[in-house]
Ligand binder design. Structure first.
Ligand code: 5AD
Ligand code: SF4
Length: 469
């Protein structure tokens, strides 16, 4: 899934607040989230579960009785960040202990799942290691730690359904919310840890998703982004027992009054079914934006990656999607320096990028992940070549993004305003194409969709003026 910058509980605290039935906060939790949007969603749900146990969210780890690192294992750098953070937290824990205060340190997410007990060996200050399928057990596991147990490792895939066991969604302050509908992946791309850390593909039943969506919309959410590691492979059980596709799910969710926008991420090209493409033409709530990772433009590398499609097949798919929805903004993920990648392979990636024209993207140097097939391939690409290729690719991608944004100057786009901007009197929202849009307006427009005449664009944002009727 697409990366997001590291965020901490302060920012999410704006999104997730208490509900009436919660007890008053007597303890404080600090959550730091690394990696993808699914971790952001999981962190929110953990905080909601902990609110019921009397935990309030703090933005200062020094004040926290409980610190959770929700971690990412996708690349080596992401995993290593966790250990350096844990080193700092150990010092903090010692300082608090000297003051007579207990601090529980928990490691959640994909590093927890992948490394388990190794984490407590490398950093004994960690009290609890908890994998993504066990978050509903968090309150009881923390109870065990408070009763004196230490180094608890919970990384099984439990029988009971996490989603059924987590409390209902709390009131949301952000009008745009994530909703996990599918977890895990069966694709086994040879570079990727996800099938090992998140397990096999599982779809939540339609009724569950609908219930959560209705709850979110009733609490003020206007836009939902359906999440899954391979979300377009969604095949949840429908109310009549038959399986429902992602397009079918989007169709049902569109019926929710008050919900204005739907998005989904991340998709695999092989699962871009006919009905989903048709939904981009026929479902007015489905936003014209698609994140469809291609990884490489070289057929040789795509085959070595076990991506199960060629560059031509990807291009033909894009043509069909654009025929259905001509203005769709396309996004993708790229890996440079996969084992065996030659200059010619890399140039094939640049050619594919030129042929498509992307609105925004994520691009990475290949990072060997323990336990994945590509990690032990003999022909690893030297770091310096990866660095040089990434810079060339990013130059091209950035110029495409800037051009995509510049093309909107002079046009009017509907913007869902999400929050206050950095400058006084400014609010920020998103266009249908997922661009950040700034406008000068009162904060009471947050949560509303307004037409904005775009006046200027940069590589990353647009700014404009709200049109009045
Ligand atoms: N090295 C570099 N990038 C990776 N990704 C996944 N695994 C690796 C790896 N081992 C990238 C892919 C994926 C995105 C979420 O992260 O591009 O789509
Ligand atoms: Fe990883 Fe490939 Fe599955 Fe995406 S499709 S999560 S890259 S194995």
């Amino acid at each position: 899934m697409g990366e997001i910058p590291i965020i901490d509980s302060r920012k999410r605290a704006q999104a997730s607040t208490g509900v009436a039935e919660e007890p008053p906060a007597t303890k404080a939790v600090f959550v730091k989230t690394f990696g993808c949007q699914m971790n952001v969603y999981d962190s929110d749900r953990m905080m909601e579960a902990l609110a019921r146990e009397g935990y309030g969210v703090t933005d200062s780890p020094g004040d926290a009785d409980l610190i959770i690192l929700n971690t990412c294992h996708i690349r080596e750098k992401a995993a290593e960040k966790v250990y350096s953070e844990l080193g700092r937290l150990k010092q903090l824990k010692d300082l608090r202990r000297a003051d007579g205060k207990q601090t529980v340190i928990a490691v959640a997410g994909c590093v927890a799942q992948a490394e388990g007990a190794e984490i407590t060996t490398r950093q004994p200050a960690v009290d609890l290691v908890i994998g993504p399928q066990s978050y509903h057990r968090l309150p009881s596991l923390i109870g065990r730690v408070s009763r004196g147990e230490s180094r608890i490792v919970e990384t099984e895939f439990p029988q009971e359904d996490k989603f059924q066991s987590l409390p209902e969604r709390a009131v949301q302050r952000n009008p745009s919310a994530f909703l996990t509908v599918q977890e895990g992946c069966d694709k086994f791309c040879t570079f990727c840890v996800v099938p090992y850390t998140r397990g096999i593909e599982v779809s939540r039943p339609v009724a569950d998703v609908e219930k959560e969506a209705r709850k979110l919309v009733a609490s003020g959410v206007r836009e939902l982004t359906l999440l899954g590691q391979n979300v377009n492979a969604y095949h949840g059980q429908g109310p009549d027992g038959r399986s429902v596709s992602l397009a079918g799910l989007l169709d049902r969710l569109s019926a929710i009054e008050g919900l204005a926008r739907l998005r989904y991420t991340t998709s695999h090209p092989r699962d871009m079914s006919e009905d989903l493409i048709a939904a981009h033409a026929g479902n007015p709530k489905l936003m014209p934006f698609l994140h469809l990772p291609v990884q490489s433009g070289s057929d040789r590398i795509l085959a070595a990656m076990n991506r199960k499609h060629t560059a031509q097949e990807y291009l033909r798919l894009i043509a069909r999607i654009r025929a259905a929805r001509p203005d769709i903004a396309l996004s993708s993920d790229f890996i440079v320096g996969f084992p065996g990648e030659t200059e010619a392979d890399f140039e094939a990636t640049l050619d594919l990028v030129r042929a498509v024209g992307f609105a925004q993207t994520f691009s990475f140097k290949y990072s060997a992940r323990p336990g994945t097939p590509a990690a032990t391939a003999g022909d690893q690409v030297p770091e310096a070549i990866k660095t040089e290729r990434l810079a060339r690719l990013q130059d091209l991608l950035e110029s495409q993004q800037a051009a995509f944004n510049a093309a909107l100057v002079g046009r009017v786009v509907p913007v869902l305003f999400e929050r206050k901007g950095r400058h006084e009197g400014q609010i920020v929202g998103r266009s249908p194409y997922l661009q950040l849009v700034h406008a000068d307006a009162a904060a009471d427009l947050i949560g509303q969709i307004r037409p904005v005449a775009v006046r200027s664009a940069s590589q990353l944002t647009l700014s404009g003026v709200i049109e009045t009727a």
